[in-house]
Design a protein around this ligand. Structure first.
Ligand SMILES: [Fe+2]
Length: 232
């Protein structure tokens, strides 16, 4: 498979088909770049501090992008040399760093300042689906918060649309595994980062407090738009 096609295939499987920040590499390899945040670093305060947002975006997300591109370049070289073992060896780095890029790109869109509707409950089709699947909006929030707090180590807690069964589900993924690793029919509507780097500077070791306050800046409008686009 030509490298360009292989990268495009990988991007599709990771849900990056709409990824806007792809640039042509000098060696002909397409690479990924850090997306801009749609708000200022301090715009989510007091729920999430500007210091956390800046480090999270500029350092952590940038590192995933850098290492994803590095792994893809190495894959390019391995394929060019016909080195199958080296290509397989790179899969964990591609999954971890590519997953980190995919997950954080979603996470930034899942947040928005209170002045722009952060925390406003979902209405319309998604609001109705939440009531149908979880009883009440409050019950959903409680479930996501509880599962996020209980997740051992680092990972993510998700609200997803399962397109196969046309229902909403709550899932968790370890490390930087993207949601698609839990099922090909799962579409992420909302992903919450429960790595310590997402909250430690402000909330120290009290992850439940972070999960209590993050609801004040959740962008349900974005989740609703994805749901309405993806639901059958
Ligand atoms: Fe993160």
């Amino acid at each position: 498979m030509a490298l360009r096609a292989l990268v495009a295939s990988k991007a599709l499987r990771l849900g990056l088909q709409s990824e806007p920040r792809i640039r042509a590499h000098s060696r002909g390899l397409q690479t990924f770049s850090l997306p801009d945040l749609p708000y200022d670093y301090g715009a989510l305060e007091p729920a999430i501090s500007g210091e956390i947002m800046q480090i999270h975006h500029q350092k952590h997300h940038q590192a995933y992008v850098t290492n994803y591109n590095k792994a893809l370049e190495q894959l390019h070289d391995a394929i060019g040399k016909g080195d199958a073992a080296a290509a397989v060896k790179l899969q964990s780095a591609i999954k971890f760093n590519g997953g980190g890029h995919v997950n954080h790109s979603i996470f930034w869109k899942n947040l928005t300042p209170v002045s722009q509707g952060g925390g406003e409950h979902p209405h319309g089709k998604l609001g109705w689906a939440i009531d149908t699947n979880f009883g009440t909006f409050e019950a959903l929030v409680q479930k996501i918060s509880a599962e996020g707090a209980a997740l051992q180590g680092s990972g993510w807690v998700w609200l997803a649309l399962d397109k196969e069964f046309n229902k909403l589900v709550v899932e968790t993924t370890a490390n930087q595994d993207p949601l698609v690793t839990k099922g090909a029919s799962l579409v992420p509507l909302l992903g919450i980062d429960v790595w310590e780097h997402a909250y430690y500077l402000q909330y120290k070791n009290v992850r439940p407090d972070y999960l209590k306050n993050i609801w004040k800046v959740i962008n349900w409008k974005y989740a609703s738009e994805v749901y309405e686009k993806e639901s059958p």
